[in-house]
Design a protein around this ligand. Structure first.
Ligand SMILES: Cc1cc2nc3c(=O)[nH]c(=O)nc-3n(C[C@H](O)[C@H](O)[C@H](O)COP(=O)(O)OP(=O)(O)OC[C@H]3O[C@@H](n4cnc5c(N)ncnc54)[C@H](O)[C@@H]3O)c2cc1C
Ligand code: SF4
Ligand code: SF4
Ligand code: SF4
Length: 501
């Protein structure tokens, strides 16, 4: 195929960096956004069915829209940045609550809280939107998600439950606009799906005007269906055509005509998509509302309400009797687990992204880059003041209660005089055995390395200190009172500056 310059025709870069490098998660955003319908997601592959470079000298769309490119990240973040809370582990939000469907049938079918289904059903029944993008299953392949445009409550009910394989939901969003003529669409997807939709909005693509609300699911990763079926054929002698159902609980459960086969999660997770290994977003940080499990509570979901639009919609459903809520602070184990999962995913994703950059020379999408904007901003103007500190004599149990109430994952550690000693984080606290937590003090387990900056330094200097010391947070001191904490800065604060720019 005769090709024009790599940098001018986005497909050339998309093919090299995303598709051929194995980072495509088959969302179909490139297909929905392409102005000349040159792209089609088929099976587990994106096909370029027409050489767009013949007719175009320049087109940046598909690469920029792809959720796995570095483009448009900060602008995408700005859709949720106008919120009261910025949290290192969970992103921007207004409120976190526990919730469940009032309808017991929905709860039973979902095997979780059934909140997504109840919200969508409520929205369609009350004409808050005219359609919803959901993931049903292919009729002839019960393991394969089929992204579809739901227009009536029955469509929504038939999509209930999680499918742990890629779903082309952004492609279905494009069909809702072009083929179904829908103008008020609710969208459900995992974090990279939501990012693709936010990128369409950031690009001001015409189809993004039809988006009403985004519901993001928590996500640890998606498995490659073909690779997994090939594996169970070779290892367990199961013919793919005999697979009636694939389900994930603590194990991968495969139902065939001969009965059930249970495969350990460690074997299933070998088939996770390459993009998931460098992914840093667990809780769908860019969605209007994010929803995940509330383990160990059965039949409940954790709901993170991020935007005003999300809050209005969610509480309309609550007031009209579709959803029950409960206070998450009353269930400290739930919030602790969500924060640990988010933190672990972020740390692993950043580590793997660095490895990938070393090998390929290309940095897969992560959410912070140095920028001139940081050099122009004084620390005093952006640091958090009135900092909640933790005394070194506090026990680990007391500290975990504080985390459950305040939702922050790291706190400056201080001595009796209020002088900073280092940081104590959730990660260190949960590494202490449960039975030892009431008589172990945080002073015994905290990192005593003190990384500080002064109020009159710039945000860029703070960022450099964070990078050099491999930490996401530093303590800020005033030059005239260097033993007293004047404030703190986290990487989330720095990201906030960039989104505001
Ligand atoms: C791949 C994947 C990984 C997940 N990992 C975690 C995790 O590690 N921890 C956690 O707490 N929660 C995780 N979740 C979310 C969790 O499984 C539930 O989806 C969430 O708690 C909502 O529950 P619910 O009962 O409200 O959903 P329901 O009311 O059952 O509705 C589920 C909705 O999800 C949509 N959906 C199903 N599969 C997909 C898919 N593959 N892509 C896009 N949309 C889909 C359906 O359209 C449906 O509308 C994951 C979900 C998926 C799809
Ligand atoms: S025309 Fe379509 S395939 Fe070609 S670069 Fe633009 S978006 Fe990509
Ligand atoms: S936009 Fe979606 S379908 Fe297209 S290359 Fe990127 S991940 Fe794959
Ligand atoms: S782990 Fe990240 S890249 Fe993988 S499916 Fe989930 S959101 Fe997408």
């Amino acid at each position: 195929m005769g090709q024009k310059s790599d940098s001018l025709i986005a497909y050339n870069v998309l093919e090299k960096r995303i598709i051929d490098a194995g980072f495509c998660t088959q969302c179909g955003a490139c297909e929905a956004a392409c102005p000349v319908s040159a792209l089609h997601v088929e099976g587990e592959k994106v096909k370029h069915t027409y050489d767009c470079s013949k007719d175009m000298d320049l087109c940046p769309i598909c690469y920029e829209i792809c959720p796995h490119s570095e483009a448009l990240l900060l602008r995408s973040l700005s859709f949720v940045a106008d919120t009261p809370v910025k949290n290192e582990a969970l992103g921007y939000y207004r409120k976190i609550v526990l919730a469940q469907a009032v309808d017991p049938k929905i709860r039973e079918l979902s095997r979780g809280g059934g909140v997504v289904t109840s919200l969508l059903k409520f929205g369609i029944e009350n004409k808050l939107f005219d359609s919803a993008i959901v993931s049903q299953v292919e009729p002839d392949n019960p393991a394969k998600p089929k992204a579809s445009v739901a227009t009536v409550p029955d469509d929504i009910m038939s999509a209930i439950g999680s499918k742990f394989f890629p779903s082309s939901v952004a492609k279905a969003y494009g069909s809702a606009v072009y083929a179904y003529g829908k103008s008020n669409i609710a969208f459900v997807g995992v974090p990279c799906h939501v990012l693709a939709l936010r990128k369409l909005e950031a690009w001001q693509h015409k189809i993004s005007n039809n988006l009403k609300i985004t519901i993001g699911l928590f996500c640890f990763g998606t498995l490659s269906l073909n690779a997994l079926l090939e594996y169970i054929k070779t290892k367990y002698n199961v013919d793919p055509s005999d697979v009636k159902q694939l389900r994930l609980s603590s194990k991968l459960v495969i139902t065939t005509s001969k009965g059930e086969l249970r495969i350990p999660m460690s074997e299933a997770s070998e088939h996770i998509l390459p993009s998931c290994r460098k992914c840093t977003d667990f809780t769908s940080e860019l969605a209007d509302i994010s929803i995940g499990s509330a383990y160990p509570m059965k039949d409940w979901s954790t709901v993170i309400i991020r935007t005003k639009a999300g809050e209005d919609f969610f509480y309309k459903a609550v007031e009209n009797g579709a959803i029950n809520t409960w206070v998450i602070e009353e269930e400290p184990t739930v919030i602790e687990r969500v924060m640990i999962a988010a933190m672990n995913k972020r740390n692993a994703g950043l580590k793997n992204a660095k490895e990938i950059e070393k090998i390929s020379g290309y940095l897969p999408a992560t959410l912070l880059r140095e920028s001139e904007a940081l050099a122009k901003t004084k620390i005093a103007d952006i640091m958090a003041k009135n900092v909640k500190t933790v005394l070194e004599t506090t026990t680990v149990s007391q500290f975990l209660d504080l985390v459950a109430r305040c939702h922050h994952i790291g706190y400056p550690l201080v001595n009796q005089n209020g002088e900073p000693l280092g940081w104590i984080t959730l990660e260190e606290a949960v590494s202490v055995d449960k039975e030892k937590r009431s008589h172990t003090t945080v002073g015994e387990i905290a990192r005593h390395k003190l990384v500080t900056a002064y109020t009159d330094e710039t945000a860029l200097e703070a960022f450099k200190k964070m990078s050099e010391n491999e930490t996401g947070r530093i303590i800020i001191l005033a030059r005239n009172e260097p033993k007293k904490i004047a404030g703190v800065i986290t990487k989330t604060d720095l990201m906030h500056i960039l989104t505001q720019q």
